[in-house]
Design a protein around this ligand. Structure first.
Ligand code: NDP
Ligand code: 8X3
Length: 251
């Protein structure tokens, strides 16, 4: 379709699947993340497989100066951008509030909330003035608070709030804002949350069929393809075995 799309956190999981889904429909991609080898490998794959243009940008969304430097440096040939997907994010730890790590809290808030705000602020001047679309990746953790979810739930509740704020404040610019709140999805999310404890990560998805990254990519792609006057504001998406943060049926 030849749209220009910026996806943060494209080195794995949802972001990678979203980038591939749009590339498959002929859109050009700007992909970001911190792990450069993975970004370059994805850029090569999408270019060869789908014949689209891909611009990989390596930066940490927590680094305010790096965010603005990289986004303001996006070449003219890539402007205006049609879609921004604010996907980069993480959970770190699952501990009760009294013993949870301050460093983990700071990293989650700096990435999930402040990073998303920096990227959006930097990208706004580059967006298509005749209709652009911003996607924010929230979570069911942003709709309900669960035990030992403290810092992560707070960061994702903030994503829910900032998505509503963007939707209101950007009305006059004709920008669509869609927040997506997935439940359990088998990506690298739990490996990161449990800091490399792969057995613990695997146990999160045992006994039921969780979401996979491609499910979320399909949904983002569908929302982006709706007529310009239609905006899905807020979506909670879980696998069939999960009702919410508290009810999950394992066989
Ligand atoms: P993954 O761990 O597979 O992917 C996370 C992505 O975010 C990676 O590409 C990573 O890239 C990037 N990222 C993390 N921190 C930073 C940073 N500081 N700067 C730049 N990029 C960063 O997890 P998911 O795909 O599952 O997660 C994507 C989003 O979806 C997150 O916001 C997560 O909170 C949310 N989510 C996930 C759910 C799940 O169950 N999987 C459910 C609900 C929401 P790199 O490390 O290369 O920088
Ligand atoms: C990821 C889903 O349930 O681990 O955001 O918070 S959950």
């Amino acid at each position: 379709m030849n749209r220009k799309i910026l996806v943060t956190g494209a080195t794995s999981g949802f972001g990678r699947a979203i980038a591939e889904k749009f590339a498959a429909s002929g859109d050009d991609l700007i992909i970001t993340g911190r792990r450069e080898p993975r970004l370059l490998e994805l850029a090569e794959l999408l270019t060869v497989k789908y014949g689209v243009r891909v611009l990989p940008l390596t930066f940490d969304v927590m680094d305010r100066n790096a965010v603005f430097e990289h986004i303001e440096g996006i070449p003219e040939a890539w402007r205006p951008l049609d879609i921004l997907v604010n996907n980069a994010g993480l959970a770190l730890g699952r501990d009760h509030f009294d013993v949870a790590s301050l460093d983990d809290w700071e990293t989650m808030i700096d990435t999930n909330l402040k990073g998303l705000m920096y990227v959006t602020k930097a990208t706004l001047p580059l967006l298509n003035a005749s209709g652009a679309h911003i996607f924010n990746m929230g979570s069911i953790a942003g709709k309900e608070v669960y035990e030992k979810g403290n810092g992560y739930c707070a960061s994702k509740h903030a994503v829910d709030a900032i998505s509503k704020a963007m939707r209101i404040d950007l009305l006059s610019k004709g920008i669509r804002v869609t927040a997506i709140h997935p439940g359990a999805a088998d990506t690298e999310f739990s490996n990161v949350r449990f800091k490399g404890d792969d057995a613990m990560a695997a146990s999160v998805y045992a006994g039921y069929e969780p979401l996979v990254a491609e499910n979320i990519a399909d949904i983002v792609h569908y929302c982006a393809g709706l007529p310009a006057h239609v905006c899905i504001n807020d979506l909670v998406v879980t696998c069939t075995a999960q009702a919410n943060s508290f009810y999950l049926h394992r066989k």
